[in-house]
Design a binder for this molecule. Structure first.
Ligand code: PNS
Length: 167
């Protein structure tokens, strides 16, 4: 029987417990989840693609059906290479919907045989975003309950490095 594969693409700058929750729930539906870190598009990131991949691998070690990859071009091209037909995205609030709807529609016009599946973010995580996580840590706040331990450590290190560099 053909393996059921979902690709979960995103910036993951950095991965949060909201993302981890989506991945764990997807593993109950799919045989394999490929977490795909996007780079090389119009978004400035705090962590390099390699750092983001490594953080995700460490946060998800023990999950044998999770593969962590990265891509720099069109998601639909990556889907073909991965031989996957389902894109997985999390929806936190109605405000996410418009952006996601446009992206899913554009992707569908590029590849008619690929579908985007939305999973509603768990109630404990709907307010978490990578952007606000970075802001809180940069201002000295704690995000220990919102991101994996290795991620909160890396965030602290990154901002200490940045502050040293700015002096
Ligand atoms: O976590 P994000 O930043 O919301 O993820 C957005 C992402 C990376 C999934 C999206 O921007 C993407 O797929 N980029 C790759 C380029 C692409 O395929 N663009 C066409 C679809 S609009």
């Amino acid at each position: 029987m053909e393996e059921k594969i979902a690709v979960y693409p995103g910036s993951f700058d950095p991965i949060t417990y909201g993302h981890v929750d989506i991945i764990k729930r997807a593993l109950k539906i799919f045989d394999k989840v490929i977490v795909a870190v996007a780079y090389n598009y119009n978004k400035k990131s705090l962590f390099t693609p390699q750092e983001r991949v490594e953080m995700i691998k460490e946060a998800l070690k023990g999950y044998t059906n999770v593969i962590v990859g990265s891509f720099g071009g069109l998601l639909m091209e990556y889907m073909k290479e991965a031989n996957a037909k389902v894109v997985l995205r999390g929806l936190r609030a109605t405000s996410d919907f418009e952006y996601e709807y446009h992206m899913a529609s554009m992707n569908r016009s590029l590849s008619k045989d690929i579908d985007t599946l939305f999973m509603v973010t768990g109630k404990d995580y709907f307010f978490i975003s990578s952007r606000t996580i970075k802001e809180v840590v940069s201002l000295g706040g704690s995000v220990e309950e919102l991101v994996p331990e290795n991620v909160s450590r890396k965030l602290r290190e990154k901002f200490v490095q940045q502050k040293r560099g700015a002096k």
